[in-house]
Design a binder for this molecule. Structure first.
Ligand code: ADP
Length: 552
């Protein structure tokens, strides 16, 4: 629809009776949906707050339960060495074991052994790249002195001083004690690269240890967890990215992966923090959002349906009113039209019956009048029957092949028979094709148009018929110099029962054009009109000839 068309349609809607019902229904509905929208928004905000609180509480209890479970899981993550091999310094065996261990524990970078009474600085380090052991006093210097001290326990963590640019290191020290656990017989230690450790150990720790734990404790193994080092750097996150943790629904607690330190002066194992987030709540928020959307959509659809319904009802009732108006005009018109020939028939027949017309010539004239009136009645009835047949869609086009010219000539002859004094000129341009059509139906179409041209123009005005066949269509113009049709009336003349201004005092039913239109459309054609009030009209029937259609 063009902008102009849309504007005029809108104006039409606003001007008409639709405006009131639209406002009456639409106004309250818009208000209701606004209130509902506000209410849903508030509900969403409140439930979001509650959900966050619940998440946090759930995370806290999950952390407490996990803390219980995780207090000091052993760092069972180092190459196994047999003490005797260390004490007896079976270096070949140790080197082999350590090479194997290196494959499995990539975060262990150095291994060293010390057996007293050798001075600590003379302890031997394994250099995997060199494939053997040697002394490395410079590395000993980076170890804290408590490594060499005697105190209880078998495993300790100590800091291994990093050189500038190095990653943080820890050494895990295993003390080899005598059978009574009293005398320190030797030490094996592993230098662990904490960054590599976080990267390579934590993922498997998560899948193997944390996931079953989360399933058991939280009841949801997809609960996100992340490990941070002492400086807050994320070492591992089950969600892949620690930043994803919503701060208000996660809590942290310390995890140590070694035996808790004992005794004064000992170094703690690295302190890492585990942060527990909240598992996806099953899309509650999404659910709410969708719920709100669906709700609003339903209200919107309701508004639309009601508005459309209102418009439809208003339109239908206005159509019905128009139709019933037209019908009552039709009935009063038709009864008037029927009365005239009927009373004439009665009058003539009474006069003939009572022998009031002695003159033979005069009597013949009376008989002719009788016949004309009967024909007029028949015509009228035929038109009404045609219409109701077409209306009930019972019209079955009796298709036959016949020359277009014959159809037009038949219609012209019919007009000449009913209006012998009328000047009708028929101009046929070139040869007209054969049509496969309902001959009777099309003759009526042309006759209706010719009859209208005669009815709505002065008796001395000529009627011109021009027929031509071009571009696969038969075009027949019927032009008169009559009253013409005003621009306001023009859009309505094909409506059933419609009778225009010019029809006053002229016999008719208001069905002629509507029947003609239906028949032509059934042949896949159309009727066009050009008319100017006071000057005349041209009705053009355009029928396709290449494949003449229509229902059969
Ligand atoms: P009617 O029985 O009134 O002629 P129609 O359906 O044939 O019914 O025509 C509808 C109306 O269109 C007429 O009442 C008349 O106002 C107008 N009309 C139709 N044909 C002509 C014409 N040739 N000249 C002027 N007005 C016409």
């Amino acid at each position: 629809m063009s902008a102009k068309g849309f504007r005029s349609r809108l104006r039409h809607l606003l001007r008409r009776r639709y405006l009131l019902p639209i406002l009456a229904f639409g106004g309250p509905l818009v208000a209701i949906s606004f209130v509902q929208y506000r209410w849903l928004e508030e509900l969403r905000t409140r439930s979001k707050t509650i959900e966050l609180q619940q998440n946090h509480e759930a995370a806290v209890s999950a952390v407490l339960l996990l803390e219980d479970k995780m207090s000091g899981p052993r760092l069972n993550t180092l190459p196994a060495v047999v003490h005797a091999d260390v004490l007896d310094l079976r270096l070949d065996i140790l080197a082999r074991q350590f090479d194997d261990g290196l494959q499995r524990f990539p975060y262990v970078e150095r291994f060293f052994a010390w057996v007293p009474p050798t001075p600590p600085r003379e302890s031997i380090f394994y250099f995997p790249e060199e494939g053997g052991f040697r002394r490395a006093p410079e590395l000993v210097d980076r170890m804290p002195t408590e490594v060499w001290q005697i105190y209880g326990g078998t495993e300790r963590w100590a800091e291994f001083a990093s050189l500038p640019g190095d990653p943080p290191y820890q050494i895990v020290v295993h003390r080899l004690l005598d059978d009574n656990d009293l005398t320190l017989e030797g030490i094996v230690a592993f230098v662990v690269n904490l960054e590599t450790f976080g990267r390579s150990y934590l993922p498997s720790f998560y899948t193997e240890t944390m996931v079953p734990m989360l399933r058991e404790v939280v009841g949801n193994e997809s609960t996100p967890v992340a490990f941070y080092d002492e400086n807050g750097k994320c070492l591992f996150s089950s969600g892949g990215n620690a930043v994803d943790f919503p701060p208000d629904s996660s809590v942290e607690f310390e995890v140590s992966f070694a035996t808790p330190a004992e005794g004064a002066g000992t170094r703690q194992a690295p302190r890492w923090y585990l942060s527990v987030g909240q598992a996806d709540s099953g899309g509650v928020e999404e659910l709410q959002r969708r719920g709100a959307f669906a709700n609003l959509a339903i209200v919107g659809a309701g508004i639309l349906v009601l508005t459309l319904g209102t418009v439809l009802i208003a339109r239908t009732s206005s159509r019905e009113a128009q139709l019933s108006d037209l019908k009552s005009r039709f009935i009063s018109g038709i009864s008037h039209e029927l009365k005239t020939p009927l009373s004439l028939i009665r009058l003539y027949s009474e006069m003939l019956e009572l022998d009031r017309v002695p003159d033979e010539v005069e009597r013949k004239r009376f008989y002719r009048h009788l016949r004309h009136q009967a024909e007029a009645l028949g015509d009228m009835l035929e038109q009404i029957l045609d219409f109701s047949r077409l209306k009930a869609e019972q019209q079955v086009l009796r298709k036959e092949s016949c020359p277009a010219k014959d159809i037009i000539e038949d219609a012209v002859e019919m007009l000449m028979a009913s209006s012998p004094d009328r000047r009708v000129s028929l101009l046929v341009e070139g040869d007209l094709p054969e049509l496969t059509c309902d001959r009777h139906g099309l003759v009526r179409v042309f006759y209706n148009l010719l009859e209208n041209a005669a009815k709505y123009s002065a008796p001395d005005r000529p009627i011109n018929v021009h027929a031509a066949s071009r571009d696969g269509a038969l075009t027949v113009d019927i032009t008169d110099q009559g009253t013409g049709i005003s621009a306001q009336e023009l859009p309505h003349i094909f409506e059933r029962f419609y009778r225009g201004e010019s029809s006053q005092g002229v016999k008719g039913t208001g069905l002629g054009l509507s029947i003609a239109d239906m028949v032509v459309k059934a042949h896949r054609g159309r009727i066009e009109v050009e008319s100017k009030a006071g000057e005349g009209s041209r009705f053009t029937v355009i029928l396709p000839t290449s494949s003449s259609g229509g229902r059969t």
